[in-house]
Write a protein that binds this ligand. Sequence first.
Ligand SMILES: *Cc1c(COP(=O)(O)O)cnc(C)c1O
Length: 375
Amino acid sequence: MQFIPYGKQLIEQDDIDSVIETLQSDYLTTGPKVKAFEEALSDYCGAAYTIAVANGTAALHLASLALLKKGDRVLTTPNSFLATSNAILYAGAEPIFVDIAEDGNIDLDLCEEMLKKDNSIKAIYGVAFSGRMLNQTKLKFFKKNYNVLILEDNAHALGAKEEEIKSASCKNSDVSILSFHPVKHLTTGEGGAITTNSKELYEKMLTLRGHGMVKTPKMKPWEYEMRELGFNYRITDIQCALGLSQLKKLPSFVSRRIEIAKKYDDAFKNSIVKPLYTYDGKSSYHLYVVQVDFSKLSISKEELFIKMREKSIGLQLHYIPINKQPYYKSLGYGNEDTPIMDKYYEECFSLPMFPKLNNEEQEYVIKTLFEVLNG
Ligand SMILES: *Cc1c(COP(=O)(O)O)cnc(C)c1O
């Protein structure tokens, strides 16, 4: 069996053709494909504005500079890729790690308790973990009742919907970010995007993407003004050509991910392997996460990873609690009261989940997992 990773891209001839076409065109960057990709994402997600950028981390950085000031306190989740809370640090603000709920997302009830007690909390950075969106009713309630900014990290959740609200539509949040890394729902190699419905935030982030540079019709032909310290976080037309071609196939990618999830759900019914959640229409399944109580088994998680690897299956773990990373510990983090996250971290791992995974491979993954777990 060829090695089966936990995630990978699906690139087809039409994707390759559109990249080649752009390579042969006049614009490799700052051209029509970037604009077209941004517009297509706005249409798909239902947000007023989209800014495509170099990667998801750059998206988080720009959003954080637009939303936060030095010293701002921000509630966020330990269960994410490092970039989510790193972006809070980039802006000189202070991440506060809140425990997760049973679905792996930040516990919004705990956030509410904290908002009630502490009116200095400036923002919530939530992650639609594994593809399941943050509870939109709750976000709406927060926006209505508290003076709090909300960022949705939707790097896992392109194509997801909750109560008819699409991910990255920013219906109940200020800003949302996406990533187009090859393991995500669609890829541009590296790439990311920010969506928002706020013209003011849009203009601010757009300026920051390009060195803080502004050019207006009133200026002399050669003139531009740098009004703040920005970056070069541009994405190329070559990448956006690939993104546009991939975006057309996103609905089929998401349906295939859901099909795979349902097959896993069935296979694990009444077994020692507990899916983080079973299919309920709310996830676009970037990841398929399961939990196993290793204290009841003769095999450790480490042995499981090694044995599966020997059988050509790449498990992954999403995630090591961010607050327990050495750098965060050096800042004084790591001792937060996060019992759900701690237990989750002991038990969780992610199984292969990507559109190209075929039935035969998935059946092999399931069979091998049971064999290895049962020793
Ligand atoms: C992938 C990812 C990012 C960062 O995206 P890059 O494009 O790799 O910079 C941010 N947050 C989450 C939750 C992610 O999974």
